[in-house]
Design a protein. Structure first.
Length: 300
C-alpha cells in the first residue's frame, strides 16, 4: 500500500492548503461549536453537597471494660470500649444491604431511574430496575472520605437536584446513627440475657460479681444509646442545598468541541490535499513509464 508523502509538503504548501480551505475550517469548527453548546445546555447539571462528621465516642463502661475485657471476649460479649462506632458505621454505610434498605424505604427508584418511570401513570415503563442496579447508581453518587490529620469524615452526595442531594446526605447520617444505635442495643440485650442465664447456673460469689460487672457494662451501653442520638457520628456541619453545580463545565465543553472541530477540519484538508498529491504523483509516474515503454519499442 502506498504511503501518503507527508514529508513532501512544505510549510508554504501547508499554509496555502489551510488558506484555501479556510471556509471549510470555519464552517466545521462553527458546527462543532454549536454541537458543544447544545451538549452543554442540555446536559443536566450535577450538584454536590457534603456533611462534615466526627466519629462519636460511643464508649460505655470504661472501668469494667478494662478489667473484664478478656473474660467478656471469651463469653462472646463485646464491651463498649472494644467497638469503634465510626469504623463500623462506615462499613455499614457503604454496604449494599444498608443502602438498598434506604432506597426501598424512601422509594428512591423513581428518582434514580427517572427516564424509566412514568410519572403520570405511576408505574415503570418497562421492567422495574433491580435492587442491585439501584445500589450501583446510588453508591456511585455517594462517597465517604476521611481527613487523617483531623480525624473528620466527609459524606458527599451528588445529584441533579440540589435539594434532594442535601436531603439524602442528612438522612443517611440520621439512618446510620439510628442503625448502629439499634444494633448496639440489641447486642447488649442479648448479652444481658446470656449473663442472666449464667448467673442462675453459677454459685461461686466471685464469679457472680464478675458477671454482674459485665452486665453493668451492657447496661451502660443501653443507657448511652437511649440518651444519645448521634451515636456513631456527630454532625459538625450538616449538608446544605448547593447553589452552583459542580458539572458540567459548559465553557470547557464548548471549547473542547470547537477545538475538535478545528483539528478535524485541518486533518480532513491535509488528507485531501495529500491524497490528491499522491494521485497526481502516481499519474506522473505512470505517464513516464508509458513514455519509456514507447521509446523502448521504437528502438527495437
Amino acid at each position: 500500500m502506498s504511503q501518503i508523502p507527508l514529508q513532501d509538503i512544505s510549510l508554504n504548501e501547508l499554509i496555502t492548503i489551510l488558506y484555501q480551505g479556510k471556509y471549510t475550517i470555519i464552517g466545521l469548527t462553527f458546527l462543532f461549536l454549536l454541537s458543544g453548546l447544545y451538549v452543554a445546555v442540555t446536559t443536566a447539571p450535577v450538584y454536590k453537597t457534603e456533611v462534615l462528621l466526627l466519629p462519636a465516642n460511643a464508649e460505655g463502661g470504661g472501668r469494667v471494660s478494662g478489667q473484664l475485657g478478656g473474660l467478656a471476649s471469651l463469653a462472646g460479649i463485646q464491651l463498649g470500649s472494644s467497638i469503634d462506632p465510626g469504623s463500623k458505621a462506615i462499613a455499614i454505610l457503604k454496604s449494599r444491604k444498608f443502602l438498598n434498605q434506604y432506597i426501598n424505604d424512601a422509594q428512591l427508584k423513581p428518582l434514580l431511574f427517572a427516564n424509566a418511570w412514568d410519572t403520570k401513570a405511576g408505574q415503570w415503563k418497562r421492567v422495574e430496575p433491580s435492587d442491585w442496579h439501584a445500589y450501583q447508581v446510588f453508591e456511585k453518587n455517594m462517597s465517604m472520605q476521611k481527613d487523617h490529620e483531623t480525624g473528620l469524615y466527609k459524606l458527599s452526595v451528588e445529584w441533579v437536584d440540589p435539594q434532594i442531594a442535601a436531603d439524602w446526605a442528612n438522612e443517611l447520617v440520621n439512618r446510620i446513627n439510628a442503625y448502629v444505635k439499634a444494633q448496639s442495643v440489641l447486642q447488649a440485650k442479648k448479652s444481658i440475657d446470656f449473663l442472666e442465664g449464667e448467673l442462675n447456673a453459677i454459685t461461686v460469689v466471685d464469679m457472680k460479681n464478675i458477671l454482674y460487672g459485665l452486665m453493668e457494662s451492657q447496661l451502660e451501653t443501653i443507657m448511652l444509646a437511649n440518651v444519645v442520638d448521634e451515636y456513631a457520628f456527630k454532625v459538625i456541619d450538616p449538608a446544605v442545598v448547593p447553589e452552583s453545580p459542580i458539572k458540567p463545565n459548559k465553557k470547557i465543553i464548548v471549547l473542547i468541541y470547537a477545538a475538535a472541530g478545528f483539528l478535524i477540519s485541518v486533518f480532513i484538508l491535509l488528507m485531501w490535499a495529500l491524497t490528491r498529491k499522491l494521485i497526481a504523483d502516481k499519474k506522473i509516474h505512470e505517464s513516464k513509464d508509458a513514455i519509456n515503454e514507447i521509446s523502448f519499442d521504437s528502438r527495437h
